[in-house]
Design a protein around this ligand. Sequence first.
Ligand code: SF4
Length: 285
Amino acid sequence: MIELPVVERKPEWLRVKLPVGQTYRSVRQIVDQYRLHTICESGNCPNMGECWGAGTATFMILGNVCTRSCSFCAVATGRPTELDHEEPQRVAEAVRLMGVKHCVITSVNRDELKDGGAEIWAATIREVRHASPSTTLETLIPDFKARWENLYTVLTERPEVVSHNMETVQRLYRLVRPQAKYSRSLEQIQRTRAEGLRTKSGIMLGLGETTNEVYQAMDDLLEHGCEILTLGQYLRPTKNHLALAEYIHPDVFAHYKEVALEKGFLYCESGPLVRSSYHAEKHLI
Ligand code: SF4
């Protein structure tokens, strides 16, 4: 038998439940019926068994092809060809059928569009609100390449939580998010907070960042008005993606959570399987 390097062997704390059950199947059916994408599937999320089994999923709008090529991400990179103006209604109908109290929506980057997809974003929020007036919304949105008028098109719809993931520490940006900028992402969060909206961000661990770099990222986020933080383990989607540097022990995640709360975050979800949208309903506070 071939021995994998230690770093490639998944520790037991990353073992997850297999996707099964009636609720899982009904989420599957709604996603298929309304021809929707989810980051759960497109991002190979390990929590599908738990989240879909509990009747929740994170829709990914604006297609399934991203204009950026982040080295950690399983979503396909390329030049998207279409804009689906009926997608907002289909998302809204799916959310209504699922009956979720809190709904998380994300998107690919559409840097080729003048509005970066902001109009579809705003329409999606409006349609979900119309179809499910009591459902709260969390939008995990891009940086819109610093075309801030597009950010405001989304913020005007006032989702309950606005999330924008830093993904990693400053030093690793060129490697992990080559088309993004650390300072630009911080500015996006600062502008969102200045509009009086609840702000949230996430960082993946295990990419080779140091403890001090994680602390620095926390400080930078707090300084720019970020209120909620998620920390999770990076998992390499395929051998073509960025190599994993290390598996972070659950005790270290627990320590980071303590530090984050001490530093001033209102809420921190920290653990190997935490993803931005994991247990998101708790982040409404
Ligand atoms: S953690 Fe988020 S992306 Fe993963 S399965 Fe749950 S809802 Fe989907």
